[in-house]
Design a protein around this ligand. Structure first.
Ligand code: NAD
Length: 557
């Protein structure tokens, strides 16, 4: 496979430094971020253009990738490149403040929006799976999710264990691009983590990037080490090589009940994501090509068993939650009546943050110089010193998180904070304090940019879970506000038919024009989150709208 990897490495030049390969920094940013998504330290399978999350891709195929690169190199400062599911389809003259790139990924007319239709279109070369940040060129590796994961475990610790996971064991599965953040987030919160993973190379990768402490293929050894660390109040993470649909039932049979239980296998994708019980990686990969129908059937059965075991462990005291991979839905469809007895992580732990427009804000140093990120860290510590939670996070991230690809940082910022930070960064680029422009973006998993009834919009107060007007309005307002690239996707996180969501990336290049664009976009984007939750009747969102002056016409009094 080194051969294939080297093909990817040759095609994907990771440009850094202060020189341009395009006609402006906005185009250059899109180019560098597309390449960064496929950087060998960032992407899970760069040779197949797969970035993360099952088969979440950055471009449709290598020819499309190369044409996107050429198009970005030729693109003028008043033109916009259109991308349809990873393929460049048109360039139009727009204007300087318009997005340089507009992206639509994996969208299928609702009545047809299922995996069967998608796979057929994919097979015919008409579509690709964009996941969330894979096809919208703002994936930054596991570092991009780790704070969100930490926030979730920290809130869980607050609600159930007096504020710390010290002396508790968390059992989870899936140590992929996103799931690989779990062991680090649990140990950051003071706890012990057992992460079951069927693919040994993923375990090794997490150990290599310091997200995971050690590995074993023995259930006995994993339990013994976890119990010891729990008893000593030591933080520890263990990668347990095995299939979750076999390991969990075996643990239950032995009477092992974790304190916390969740899962981040790629259950959203029964063909290319979740590996059925009783199958090694090599066999699963072979059978995916030979008999996809059989793989899907077996994977769905295994997921049902997996969820049945989770419910049984919950009944015996494990604090159990779904971690956004739609495993409950599959289990329910397979006849597990109690599949939805445990909640999703958003209603359980995250929604109050969404009500304040808070979400996973991220920024990337286009220079490739880690010093640029260090300087932005210092600014956060200085300018947001009253936010102790945030400052603690930045210090912890500096100490524990290894950069992958272009140096970048993530932190959850809310309405007002994002626009303020954007202005500061733009000033730092203008003054030359930073060596090159900074890209500012976010996950699609944000407060006002996603409709996903089994995840971000599960159990909304007013029952509006499935209303997907919100992410579409979000994309539209970000585009007219002048984001540098904007994307509208379907099926990310939870799979085909279950979500619609929008992405936004904006460049701080130090110009006055960028300052105005940043102010507009970094206000309206989190503002949508407040409006969406206020509209659904959340008191915290209504109060936030009033306090911060977000104008919502139907909000009376
Ligand atoms: P990924 O495809 O990179 O990794 C999934 C991992 O699960 C792989 O390493 C795979 O080997 C492993 N796996 C598959 N079947 C298994 C089994 N039966 N037993 C043990 N391990 C198994 O995906 P990812 O980017 O890590 O995302 C994981 C899931 O979480 C996806 O469904 C994704 O949509 C969802 N997700 C959640 C969040 C969140 O914040 N909660 C964010 C992004 C993605």
């Amino acid at each position: 496979d080194t051969n294939v990897q080297s093909i990817a490495a040759e095609k994907v030049k990771a440009y850094t430094g202060t020189g341009l390969h395009t006609k402006g920094w906005l185009q250059e940013a899109a180019l560098r971020m597309l390449m960064n998504n496929l950087h060998p330290d960032v992407a899970e399978h760069p040779d197949q253009l797969v970035v993360y999350g099952g088969i979440g891709k950055a471009a449709r195929n290598w020819e499309a990738f190369e044409t996107i690169v050429e198009s970005l190199k030729e693109l003028e400062n008043d033109e916009t490149l259109l991308i349809q599911s990873g393929k460049p389809v048109a360039v139009f003259r727009t204007h300087a403040d318009a997005p340089r790139v507009l992206i639509a990924n994996s969208n299928i007319v609702p009545a047809f929006a299922d995996w069967d239709t998608f796979h057929e279109l994919d097979r015919r070369g008409l579509m690709m799976y964009g996941q969330m940040t894979a096809g919208s060129w703002i994936y930054i590796g596991s570092q991009g999710i780790v704070q969100g994961t930490y926030e979730t475990f920290a809130e869980l610790a607050k609600q159930h264990f007096g504020g710390s996971l010290k002396g508790t064991i968390t059992l989870t599965a899936g140590l992929g691009g996103m799931g690989g953040a779990q062991p680090l987030a649990v140990t950051m919160a003071g706890g012990v983590c057992i992460g079951v993973e069927v693919d040994e190379s993923r375990i090794d990768r997490r150990i290599g990037t310091r997200y995971l402490d050690l590995k074993t293929d023995s259930i006995d050894e994993a339990v013994r080490m976890a119990d010891e660390a729990k008893r000593d109040g030591r933080a520890l993470s263990i990668g347990l090589l095995g299939n979750a649909a076999e390991v969990l039932p075996e643990l239950l049979r032995r009477g092992f009940i974790p304190d916390v239980l969740t899962d981040q296998t790629s259950a959203h994708d029964p063909l290319n994501g979740y590996v059925p019980a009783g199958m090694g990686m090599a066999e699963a990969e072979r059978l995916r090509g030979q008999d996809p129908g059989k793989v899907i059937r077996l994977a769905r059965k295994s997921m049902a068993e997996h969820v049945r075991t989770m419910v049984a462990m919950m009944d015996r005291g494990a604090v159990t939650f779904d971690y956004g991979n739609n495993i409950r839905q599959v289990a329910k469809d397979e006849g597990v009546e109690r599949a939805f007895d445990f909640p999703g992580f958003v209603p359980a732990y995250i929604r109050p943050q969404f009500c304040e427009g808070k979400g996973p804000f991220r920024w990337v140093a286009l220079s490739g110089d880690p010093e640029d990120i260090r300087k932005t860290d210092e600014v956060i510590l200085r300018e947001f010193s009253d936010n102790t939670h945030l400052c603690n996070w930045i210090r912890m991230a500096q100490e524990k998180i290894a950069f992958q690809g272009l140096p970048s940082r993530i932190c959850w910022l809310g309405y007002g904070e994002r626009a303020r930070f954007g202005r500061i960064i733009n000033d730092m680029v203008a003054s030359g304090e930073l060596t090159a422009p900074i890209v500012i973006g976010r996950d699609h998993l944000d407060s006002g940019s996603v409709a996903s009834p089994n995840r971000e919009t599960e159990s909304m107060l007013d029952g509006s879970d499935a209303v997907s007007d919100w992410p579409i309005l979000n994309a539209l307002v970000n585009a007219v506000g002048g984001a540098t690239w904007v994307s509208v996707h379907h099926g990310g996180g939870v799979g085909m038919g279950y979500s619609q969501h929008a992405g936004m990336v904006i460049v701080a290049d130090g110009t006055k024009e960028a300052e105005a664009r940043l102010e507009r976009v970094l206000t309206s984007d989190p503002g949508m989150g407040i409006a969406r939750h206020a509209d659904a009747g959340y008191g915290l969102a209504i109060r936030t709208a009033r306090d911060k002056g977000v104008r919502i016409p139907m909000l009376k009094g």
